[in-house]
Design a protein around this ligand. Structure first.
Ligand SMILES: Cc1cc2nc3c(=O)[nH]c(=O)nc-3n(C[C@H](O)[C@H](O)[C@H](O)COP(=O)(O)O)c2cc1C
Ligand SMILES: [Mn+2]
Length: 487
């Protein structure tokens, strides 16, 4: 059960389970980003920066909120001893209920809220007062939004979306809005732009980690993340109504910037080190949010999740786990015999999907592969979908690649030519005419399974049986002084 109401209480609980490191004196220029990379690489604790060089000592930054299984468990209200596999298996079952219940948990509007402790309007707003990191050495500027939630409304249906899209700090009152084509906030924004109207939006940072994780996860377009988080919590998310836009703003979040995104005006955005592990996107003209109101709590905390070459990216671990659970859930309703789903960190949880199935009919592997490559949580920015048999452990990349090497033929690979790709794909050749903003990239489905039609004749696997391995281990393990750790 989730039993923290906001980031503050979450920090107390992370500390209580020994998963919080406090760092003082770091520089927003590169140091906070580099510390984050080290903690992510080591599946380390959450990192709370205070007394940041050159800023008010009580203005803080938190990173690595979900960099290890224990903080991930804490965030989703699961037992903290759960392993990665336990989390995937448990969540994929619960997701069905959360999706179903989301409609019953619209956010609850409250009058008094911690986020109203400080409200600043118009030209009095100074976003430069916040310790906004320059995360990576080749970034084009500081980014206030990495672990953020952009709140937008569909002008036709009123549906509210929360999406995590990067936000460059341009100046005291404006921040960039870099959202990939097809993402829900982008679809909302385009509807306003098509009418020649500014798009009302709120950028939230320092929200509770559960709202962040779900803003950054592929939840279907007809479910509002605020409702979905309410369903996970079992109680509605308290919100205030933005004074100018009326948009819901989480009442217990730390910082919210409310304003409008102009349909025509653009500012140069980028470069930014991205999750694939490259600075592949160009500097491009992008829409931006002009702040009308700034809301923040006393002693504000700015949340950050800078991407980097996996496994140095802040979000690499949790994306693998949560995106796997979502894909597993999407597939379970469509394809029988799914035994496991894993989206490893190496592909930033996007470029490589492994689906393990117990083959039951001719074409079963194709069914699973095509479904994984095109369902809500699997369609965006894929490269390789690999289908393996149920004797292969999808979490073990060596096992998976053994299956690829021995049970697949390159000539049997299916190629999908133009699915939706990421603007920061490093394989997209950018020229002055093609910025890669609406890129598509081909995707391969590799069937690393025993061919269904003659599977009974497939050569037996050359490994001593599990029983025999256990037997010899029990008999002679002492001769190896603890060095035989697995069978
Ligand atoms: C740390 C982090 C940063 C992200 N930054 C961006 C970004 O800058 N632009 C973007 O379009 N998507 C970004 N994403 C991916 C989206 O948040 C994700 O696709 C999400 O599903 C979008 O929400 P939506 O489906 O409601 O549009 C990021 C994800 C994470 C985990
Ligand atoms: Mn959405």
């Amino acid at each position: 059960m989730v039993n923290y109401k906001d980031l503050r209480e979450w920090i107390d609980q992370a500390k209580a389970i020994g998963e919080l490191a406090i760092v003082e004196g770091a520089d927003v220029k590169y140091e906070i980003g580099a510390v984050c990379q080290l903690s992510a690489k080591n599946q380390g604790p959450a990192v709370l920066h205070q007394k940041i060089k050159g800023y008010r000592p009580n203005y803080r930054v938190i990173t690595n909120m979900l960099s290890n299984p224990r903080t991930l468990d804490l965030t989703f209200g699961l037992p903290v001893e759960y392993t990665i596999k336990d989390i995937v298996e448990d969540l994929r079952k619960r997701i069905t209920e959360w999706k179903r219940d989301a409609a019953n948990f619209p956010p609850a509007v409250v009058d008094a809220a911690p986020i109203l402790e400080n409200v600043v309007e118009g030209d009095a707003i100074d976003l430069n007062a916040f310790p906004v990191p320059l995360w990576h050495e080749l970034d084009g500027g500081p980014y206030i939004g990495t672990a953020d939630s952009w709140i937008t409304r569909d002008p036709d249906t009123g549906q509210i979306n929360c999406g995590t899209y990067r936000a460059q700090l341009h100046d005291a009152t404006t921040v960039g809005m870099m959202v990939t084509h097809g993402h829900h906030g982008r679809l909302h924004r385009q509807k306003y732009f098509d009418r020649g109207q500014p798009c009302p939006a709120v950028l939230v940072v320092g929200q509770d980690p559960l709202l962040y994780a779900n803003s950054a996860s592929p939840i279907s377009v007809d479910i509002s993340e605020l409702n979905y988080v309410g369903a996970i919590r079992g109680s509605p998310v308290p919100v205030i109504q933005g004074r100018t836009t009326g948009l819901p703003i989480p009442a217990n979040a730390d910082i919210a910037i409310e304003g409008f995104v102009d349909p025509v005006a653009r500012k140069k955005e980028g470069r930014f080190g991205e999750w694939q592990g490259y600075y592949a996107g160009d500097v491009t003209p992008q829409p931006f949010l002009k702040a009308v109101n700034l809301y923040y709590r006393n002693d504000p905390i700015l949340s950050g999740a800078p991407p980097a070459k996996p496994p140095y990216g802040d979000a690499d671990l949790w994306k693998s786990v949560i995106y796997s659970a979502l894909l597993y859930n999407d597939l379970s309703g469509n394809v029988p015999g799914i035994k496991g789903v894993w989206r490893p960190k190496v592909g930033g949880a996007y470029y490589l999907q492994v689906i393990s199935i117990k083959q039951q009919y001719g074409g079963h592997a194709t069914h699973a592969g095509l479904a994984a490559a095109s369902c809500t949580s699997g369609a965006f920015s894929g490269r390789y979908t690999v289908v393996v048999d149920d004797d292969i452990d999808p979490y073990d990349l060596e096992d998976v690649m053994w299956a690829v090497c021995t049970r697949s033929l390159p000539t049997d690979t299916d190629i999908i030519k133009k699915p939706r790709g990421s603007h920061s794909d490093p394989m997209f050749h950018r020229t002055p005419e093609t910025a890669g903003l609406d890129s598509t990239n081909p995707r391969a489905i590799i069937y690393a399974v025993k061919p269904y039609e003659w599977r009974q004749d497939f050569a037996p696997v050359n490994i001593a049986s599990e029983e025999l391995r256990k037997e010899v281990l029990a008999r002679w393990k002492d001769n190896f002084e603890g060095r035989l750790k697995t069978i």
